[in-house]
Design a protein around this ligand. Sequence first.
Ligand code: ATP
Ligand code: MG
Length: 196
Amino acid sequence: MKVGFMGGTFDPIHYGHLLAAESAREACGLDEVWFVPAGHPPLKENGPEADGESRLEMVYRAIDFQPHFRAMDLELEREGTSYTIDTIKALHELYPGRTFSIIIGTDRVNDLPQWHEIEALAGMVSFIGVTRAGETFRPEQLPKYITDKLTLVDMPLLDISSTIIKERIAAGRSIRFLLPEKVHSFIRRNGLYEPE
Ligand code: ATP
Ligand code: MG
């Protein structure tokens, strides 16, 4: 079984994440995409604003009734920094017989060489880079052990980010139709991301 691994802080999840996952699934013939909210992401300057439980709940709401999408809480359960290689090792043990492809936006593809134990990780998975609005991706700057494992997938560009959504909430603006309605209502009901 071919599984797409969609990591992220999902603070909050939005249509950019969902369309990236679906585009990768279709283009690469993935059986499923697993959404894995990060506990403590290593390459982000600030930690997530919403707690892990709320971020996971928003992922569940976003993928509800999608037969090919699943959410996994294993990074949230783990203490310390979330390194993808540790998660992939754990998934291989828990779910033998799966092959994993890590789905990332092109804004993050050029960071791959900085990932923890990247050479070992590249030996265990493949990478799917999905085009992200406003990003120029430079494959010539990547080492061969990554480009050998990298497939690029186009998606209709969606200029949506969690940052933009939080900025709009802080400014009292609408976030409707940037993310699924069930996520929108959860954010509103719980007052998430609103200024103190
Ligand atoms: P932030 O603004 O906090 O960085 P984000 O919207 O970029 O949030 P992340 O959790 O950082 O979301 O992203 C998880 C993954 O989803 C990354 O690989 C990222 O490139 C990808 N991604 C996020 N938004 C989009 C989008 N609009 N189009 C394509 N890929 C996206
Ligand atoms: Mg990001």
